[in-house]
Ligand binder design. Structure first.
Ligand code: IPE
Ligand code: IPE
Ligand code: MG
Length: 252
């Protein structure tokens, strides 16, 4: 913990560690357009995007951010060309192979939000291996939203409440949230979407109820540590009111 605080204060002289978000979620968008602009195949963009993932995960860990969630593959993404879908899962497998030692070294725990059973076997095997190897890590949780649909997650939780024979009186935000993929993980404080699109695309519909949203025109492969710092700085300057008035917050 002390290590996190020290590195944080060295890196960010404008923010106290407690002012930073505890959980940051990302809609990593724009890989395809990035490649197209260079006259390359979309796959080149995904490969470059995986370098951004490595950069941002490391930086988040250094800053002491406890939870990072990356929208990696939506359920809707299955409707992309077969070749692109296969490439994305091959990229995931090679990313896990390359990054696992450093995740272990950084004390990062891997977690999946989404339906694992429908993933290609090689991806499932690599994920299960990485989950097992990192299950005791506590410094940061990296959640990959994979084969993920926010609406489906809500319906799944509702079904689970019924299966668990939870009475209507016992259905609360807490018992409901405990049946989401994100059970045990606090809601994102900050959601960042790259590439200029201003929508949620079915991403954590329940959990983003009070998240601060940040949209940037930057395409995901170009999203830099400097810009990440700028976004965090903007976040610390925002007033999160949760329904109260500004005066109430200032008098608290
Ligand atoms: C995000 O980039 C990666 C995934 C959705 C897997 P895109 O592939 O959506 O890139 P654009 O939006 O086509 O530029
Ligand atoms: C959202 O990006 C999904 C991921 C980043 C994995 P998309 O590029 O699929 O979103 P839409 O379809 O443009 O909304
Ligand atoms: Mg896109």
């Amino acid at each position: 913990m002390l290590r996190c605080v020290l590195s944080n204060s060295q890196l960010l002289d404008w923010a106290a560690p407690e002012a930073l978000p505890v959980h940051v979620s990302f809609i990593m968008d724009g890989n395809g357009r990035w490649a197209k602009r260079k006259g390359d195949e979309r796959t080149t963009g995904h490969r470059a995007g995986s370098d951004t993932v490595q950069r941002i995960v490391r930086e988040s860990r250094k800053l002491g951010i406890k939870h990072v969630t990356l929208y990696t593959f939506s359920r809707e993404n299955w409707s992309r060309p077969k070749k692109e879908v296969s490439f994305l899962f091959e990229l995931l497998v090679s990313f896990l192979k390359k990054e696992l030692p450093s995740m272990i070294e950084q004390d990062i725990k891997l977690n999946i939000f989404g339906e694992m059973s429908d993933l290609p076997l090689a991806a499932r095997t690599a994920l299960q291996h990485a989950i097992k190897k990192t299950e005791k890590n506590t410094s940061m949780t990296l959640n990959l939203a994979l084969n993920y649909s926010g609406r489906d997650e809500i319906i799944r939780a509702a079904k689970q409440l019924a299966t668990d024979a939870i009475s209507a009186d016992e259905i609360t935000e807490k018992t409901f949230a405990a049946r989401l993929y994100s059970s045990g993980v606090p809601d994102p404080d900050l959601m960042i979407r790259t590439s200029g699109e201003v929508r949620l695309s079915n991403f954590m519909l329940f959990q983003h109820a009070y998240s601060e949203m940040y949209f940037t025109e930057t395409l995901w492969p170009d999203f830099s540590i400097e810009e990440f710092h700028d976004v965090l700085k903007a976040y610390t300057a925002r007033e999160r009111r949760f329904g109260k008035t500004g005066d109430q917050l200032n008098n608290d």
